[in-house]
Design a protein around this ligand. Sequence first.
Ligand code: NAD
Length: 355
Amino acid sequence: MNLQKVFKNKTVLLTGHTGFKGSWLATWLQKMEAKVVGYSLPPSSKPSHIDELNLDIVNVEGDVRDLEKLKKTFSEHQPEIVLHLAAQSLVRPSYHNPIETYDTNVMGTLKVLEAARHCSSVRAIVNVTSDKCYENKEWPWGYRETDPMGGFDPYSSSKGCSEILTASFRNSYLPTTEYGDKHQVLLASARAGNVIGGGDWADNRLIPDAMRALAKGEALTIRSPRAIRPWQHVLEPLRGYLYLAAKLVEGDTSFAQGWNFGPFDENCLSVEQVLTKMKQHWADFSYNTEDNPFHEATFLKLDSSKAKQYLGFSPKLSIDDTLRLTSHWYREFYDTGKLLTHSQIDWYLDICKNQ
Ligand SMILES: NC(=O)c1ccc[n+]([C@@H]2O[C@H](COP(=O)([O-])OP(=O)(O)OC[C@H]3O[C@@H](n4cnc5c(N)ncnc54)[C@H](O)[C@@H]3O)[C@@H](O)[C@H]2O)c1
């Protein structure tokens, strides 16, 4: 699929552009000459990837819970594509702040959809949820798009709710049967796994915690060492979101549904296995384990057969590529202050072209 052709000169409203995935996506979109309007709270970390990147995009500081500001932003910029990534994105803080988590991830999503529905330029919306949206049965198989929504902890459940909300919103206001007749908008959702890569400085995430500890020469403290997750490089699910948005903006109604974008099966490793592999790419480091007072799923895997079959999406990066790119990014940043974001996107695009 020629993404550049689809995105060039399109106005894309990207929520969550100040976060980890959003900052990479804004960079990629800018490379494709899309006009990016970012809508988010200010960056929450220092350093901050989006600030370091210094991109030429429109930056709107706004809260997704603020419907009036959303409507004003839509009306002012008239986006054709909406990529909704803004969220309270972490499990642990969700236990401490359930109201903020649901308010942002559920009501915030509803407000983004509502503002988009009332903006006549919008043609495609992708709501980014999570692999954690599924009712977790701790079984060894990957979850399929047809499995029931669930979520034990507030974060996971808020993402399950966001999925249910998306389906209801589509049925109620943007049914594919009325597309082109009563409305012009296709709405889909995307579920990906544990994403890693450079430029993430969130607290309570394995890789940023490890990179911070390594750079300072300190020991790392981890919880749930045996928890198994589908680790993937940030560029992999972003490619899935872009493919999906491209299909929607081209008007293919069959894509207005939920999609999994998981990594290779071999990328499903325990936290402990990932740390052991990570050492090969940077340096030896020690870690302690502490009890996790909160419940977190121990096994989680996505079945992405549907995306492979219909979207032509399949992962490109092995776990070793993923960890190499990630540790290389942080090493370069901590050693020289240089950002590898652009060059890693170029390298990844080459891999995608040549495979
Ligand atoms: N990182 C992962 O491993 C992972 C895995 C699965 C799903 N996801 C989902 O992908 C999306 C992006 O994740 P991320 O890792 O970049 O998260 P992040 O925490 O790094 O960034 C979150 C972004 O949302 C914005 N935001 C938070 N609350 C907001 C509010 N009330 N109003 C406006 N903006 C707000 C932040 O400012 C930031 O830009 C999220 O929806 C997340 O749930 C992430």
